[in-house]
Write a protein that binds this ligand. Structure first.
Ligand code: UTP
Length: 409
């Protein structure tokens, strides 16, 4: 793309200001800026128009039960056998979503590099690998692990895994891929510049993981390896059970297209997305979308009906995802503090949200499936997310839970 092509494209979307400093740039800077412009997905900007934003329209919700902890105990042998069979046949891979920026934690490196150890090193990535190793040891099978990073944290992440010798995992079974970026805009829809030659962008949310895998050429690999099931999970839950044979077995046995690990809500008001039905299809209703009536709805036995909160641990089927990959996912617009360069060429670090970012979310994939099995896990054994430095879902609460589970810090 040359200057004239770029200007023409930008004019179409009212974004000519991105070339305001072009003449001041070196040849390298100019080429770099033009290349960034050529990669912008301008269709994202359409979502700023409320009529085009599919999120604003939700369907009608109904509660959905779960395979409960009691059910799982009852059928544990059957689930385990089915799960082991799938893992041993090489049909299961794990996908670690580690492309986020973890702004709430305020750690300046990839979140997985955060050290939760007290008397020794224990990094978040290490906790996850240790958890996956348990299944490798039980089944005698190395499980392929694909790690999604972003342009911002890929180099640090890859170097860290290498430096730590993959925390004892077999490096041949770990692959990294980089997720796509989305531009950040001000409240008037103008794309921010970060510097005279750099357009402000951020990872495009965790919903793009499968399309990013496809773009990275990994679908062919999944197919050639015969990987049928993908267990997707977040980086921040240090008690996360990955490639859990019982979960995999339960989903396979149920005939569901997908599955999601859930925990019973601690109280009706807990701020967690709930797995339910929307227009008869599985879906996740966010806590802020629920009416008081939904929040407090109970069965005759007094059980909450919108009871099962998701913990970002899903099992998806490769063939189904390939089919769904043709469909567009809803784009969420989130307000964030976005550092930018103003019209006087000054760099500004705002103290309150000053613009929008665009994200697709993995939870929206659930609604694209005909069925999703909610699979209940014991909260204190499998859910210790690290979002904040302290308080709820924090380093402090996660450390306490690790200790409660006998993990030395
Ligand atoms: P979060 O919703 O906690 O987002 O991500 P975040 O960006 O990491 O953290 P905050 O909100 O800025 O504090 C849930 C999971 O999705 C991954 C994260 O790495 C985490 O595992 N994620 C999120 C991505 O892989 N890519 C993204 O663009 C966003």
């Amino acid at each position: 793309m040359n200057y004239n092509d770029a200007m023409e494209l930008l004019k179409k979307y009212g974004q000519e200001h991105l070339l305001a400093y072009y003449d001041e740039l070196s040849d390298v800077g100019k080429a770099d800026l033009l290349s960034q412009i050529s990669k912008i997905d301008f269709s994202l900007l359409d979502n700023l128009n409320a009529d085009n934003n599919q999120n604003s329209q939700r369907g009608s919700f109904e509660p959905l039960g779960a395979v409960t902890i009691n059910d799982i105990q009852k059928f544990s042998e059957e689930y385990k056998t089915a799960g082991y069979d799938a893992i041993k046949a090489g049909k299961v891979a794990a996908i670690l979503l580690a492309g986020g920026q973890g702004t709430r934690l305020g750690f300046d490196k990839p979140k997985g590099m955060f050290n939760v150890g007290e008397t020794k090193d224990l990094f978040i990535f290490q906790c996850l690998i240790n958890n996956l190793m348990k299944v490798v040891n039980e089944t005698g099978t190395w499980i392929n692990l694909y790690v999604m990073t972003s342009e911002k944290n890929n180099d640090d992440t890859v170097a860290f895994f290498k430096e730590k010798n993959y925390f004892g995992y077999n490096g041949d079974y770990i692959k990294f891929f980089i997720q796509d970026m989305a531009p950040s805009v001000d409240f008037n829809g103008k794309i921010f510049l970060e510097s005279k030659s750099r357009i402000s962008s951020s990872p495009n949310g965790n919903g793009g993981w499968f399309s990013s895998m496809v773009r990275a050429g990994l679908l062919d690999e999944l197919k050639s390896k015969g990987i049928e099931w993908l267990n997707v999970f977040a980086v921040d839950n240090v008690l996360q059970q990955i490639a859990d044979p019982l979960f995999i077995g339960a989903v396979i046995k149920s005939g569901s297209e997908s599955g999601g690990k859930v925990v019973a809500k601690a109280d009706p008001q807990e701020r967690v997305g709930v797995l339910c039905l929307e227009d008869g299809m599985p879906s996740i209703v966010e806590y802020y979308e629920m009416t008081d009536e939904m929040i407090n709805l109970r069965s005759e036995e007094g059980e909450l009906l919108y009871k099962y909160g998701v913990i970002l641990n899903y099992l998806f089927n490769t063939a189904k995802l390939e089919e769904l990959n043709q469909k567009k996912m809803p784009v969420h617009i989130v307000d964030k503090k976005i550092p930018f360069m103003n019209e006087n060429g000054e760099f500004i670090n705002p103290s309150s949200p000053n613009g929008h970012k665009f994200e697709t979310l993995v939870l929206d994939m659930v609604h694209m499936h005909n069925s999703c099995l909610p699979y209940e896990v014991v909260r204190n054994k499998e859910f210790a997310p690290i979002k904040n430095p302290d308080g709820v879902d924090s380093v402090v609460s996660a450390k306490a839970l690790l200790k409660e589970n006998g993990i030395e810090l």
